[in-house]
Write a protein that binds this ligand. Sequence first.
Ligand code: TRP
Length: 447
Amino acid sequence: MSPRSEFKSKLGFILAASGSAIGLGNIWGFPVQVAENGGGAFVASYLALTFLLAYPVLMAELVIGRYARANTVSGMLAISGNATRLIAIVTGYWGIVTASLILSFYAIVAGWMFAYGAAAIFQLAGLAELAQWMRDFSVSRNIIFCAIFMLFTCLIVRSGVSDGIERWSSWLMPALIALIIALIVYIATLEGAAQGWQVYMQPDFARSLQPEVMFDALGQAFFSLSLGVGTMMIYGSYVSKNENLPRLGVGIVLMDIAIAILAGMLIIPAMYAAAHSGVEIYNASGSLVNSDGLIFAVLPALFDNLGTVGIVVSAFFFVMMSLAALTSSISMLEVPVAYFHEQQSMSRRLAVSVSAIIIFIISLLIIANFDQFFGMVISFTTRYSEPLIGLLYCLFVGWVWHRNKVLQELKCGNPALEQGLFWKLWPSYVKYVCPLLILLVLWQSVA
Ligand code: TRP
């Protein structure tokens, strides 16, 4: 096999991995879940599950990835024994299928972001009718912008890890954070926003423990950290042996949480401000009128108050969101691409084309049967598949892979590991606690 490329720097990896984690899940998904699941109650549940379950699973993925230096199928095989070969292979393939399904709906939503960004630009150029078409929900609009988004994703993934993925992720994050903070401050001054802050900041802890809230929070925690499909395993496979993995993992988790919390500070007050100015947010029975379209209904309505400045802000916001979605989508496409490239010895270019075409066909099927499939694919992948595959990763690290090998791998870049808290807790934690907790949350929601 040819030598595998690595991220050029530690910062490069942190930026790329947090670029993968930070995306529509944080800014489109998280606030909607908050709005649907009792405000602060959901936030508390999500934070708890991120630390208790998602971080340990993230570490399992990163350590398998750096050890095996391969795609998810051969990665799982590398740590399995003869008796568990078949389960390892199934887990690897299941991750590839899940990653592809996730990208198929992700590209549709990212296409909406693109469309709204383009709409603002066209409006500035005086092409109001075209701009309106881009904002209206239609099959043709959805197909065209989904295709454009997939094309961009392919172009970046084709150029490989350090030139493609690393370079793109580096400058985006600081710009995105600055824009969100500026918008939080603006929205906080609007009438009605204060009520949103109240809902967001005052958790009703009894509700945090409700099975449905925990179930949604678990799915959100896994989705937001790009877990349970092999994305982080593959990113781990490009990390140098000199890096301290547990510390890198903490950095990624903190960045991801910070952006989600910030997005909530923006969107939840924005919802109430928009409701105050007449946009219908909740219906009479108290559920969201349009959860998938929430931020598209709320934000432009508020930006409009600002006149031309508002259109510029709108363009900025949605273009940045599209870029944040790109640094995530490239990490999803990398999962099937690494498999086709390494395992089926396709060239990288061919692997990209084959994967992207298959995924785009699935996107078309979803678009054509939107009401039927869109929610179903999201629920199947993020609520069930990701936690279950995460559970399998834990079982492999805890029960199948030799404990000494795990230790050796984690000690690379962190020679004092054995003396620290991480090594005292994590191995038995992923062996017993994580699998049981994941099962408990899933089982409760089914029961
Ligand atoms: N975490 C990203 C987000 O929040 C989405 C994402 C990227 C993802 N890669 C993934 C989700 C792999 C699940 C699996 O938008």
